[in-house]
Design a protein around this ligand. Structure first.
Ligand code: SF4
Ligand code: SF4
Length: 240
């Protein structure tokens, strides 16, 4: 049943509730969903895209990620680049499908589900919706899915794990109160979370202010480095 306050094609869905959906290469809408997107990228998405492309993170940022920072929002926003081919296609879409499929962003994996988290007194609570768009014919397929089976098949655990860590920044009380960042804070936020190779170099040089003791292997383990960077941003933005 459609929930109040949600658009007509969006419905709340609960764990264990079945829905019919299957996306595959032979479906007639294949890759239709990879165009005209405002696809927000998380720091973990950027890490995986860097792995897929083999690029230095600053090059990845320059070529494949659009950074926007308007007056209304405290923090900059990051979007996947679409190309000017008359269809506003994702820069990674090819006739045979996604060229970075193994490392595609979390939003591409999650679709047609949507996941939101809200911080309660003790923990992060998660909520899911199902987005039924007319152009997506995956709902006509007979394969039954649940949030759990679909999330497992899409490899969403590590994406959700890192996104929940970042949510502690995005949902911080100072951000919710409209904190405005200085240009230096903005640049440090971008470097630490979306330009991990530059952040690593600065850590090695010892030019990151207030860097706590570095965990073993941080220079060789990207995920450990990203965890460190998220904690560093929390300290850098909110410690005063
Ligand atoms: S990254 Fe891949 S799955 Fe995501 S929109 Fe682009 S082509 Fe499609
Ligand atoms: S529109 Fe739906 S079914 Fe078609 S390719 Fe995209 S996700 Fe798959």
């Amino acid at each position: 049943m459609t929930q109040p306050n949600l658009p007509e094609n969006v419905a709340r869905i609960i764990p264990g509730e079945p829905f019919s959906f299957h996306c595959h290469q032979k479906i007639d809408c294949f890759t239709n969903c990879c165009r005209q997107l405002d696809l927000a990228l998380t720091p973990y998405d950027a890490l995986r895209m860097r792995k897929a492309t083999g690029l230095h993170s600053s090059e990845l940022l320059r070529r494949f990620i659009i950074v926007e920072h308007d007056q209304q929002s405290s923090l900059p926003q990051f979007y996947l680049t679409m190309v000017n081919d008359g269809k506003a296609s994702c820069i990674f879409v090819k006739p045979e499908g996604c060229s970075i499929y193994k490392h595609r962003p979390g939003a591409c994996r999650t679709y047609p589900l949507g996941r939101a988290t809200v911080k309660s007194a003790k923990q992060l609570e998660e909520f899911f919706v199902l987005l039924k768009e007319a152009h997506c014919h995956g709902f006509k397929e007979r394969t039954l899915q649940t949030i759990e089976s679909f999330s497992n098949a899409q490899g969403l655990a590590s994406y959700n794990y890192f996104n929940d860590l970042v949510a502690e920044i995005l949902q911080h009380e100072k951000i919710r109160a409209g904190m405005s960042l200085t240009p230096k804070q903005t640049q440090s936020y971008i470097t630490a979370l979306y330009d991990i190779d530059t952040f690593r170099s600065k850590l090695k040089e010892g030019t990151i202010a207030g860097a706590a003791a570095l965990p073993e292997n941080i220079f060789y383990d990207d995920e450990q480095l990203l965890r460190y960077a998220i904690n560093w941003v929390k300290w850098f933005l909110f410690s005063e």
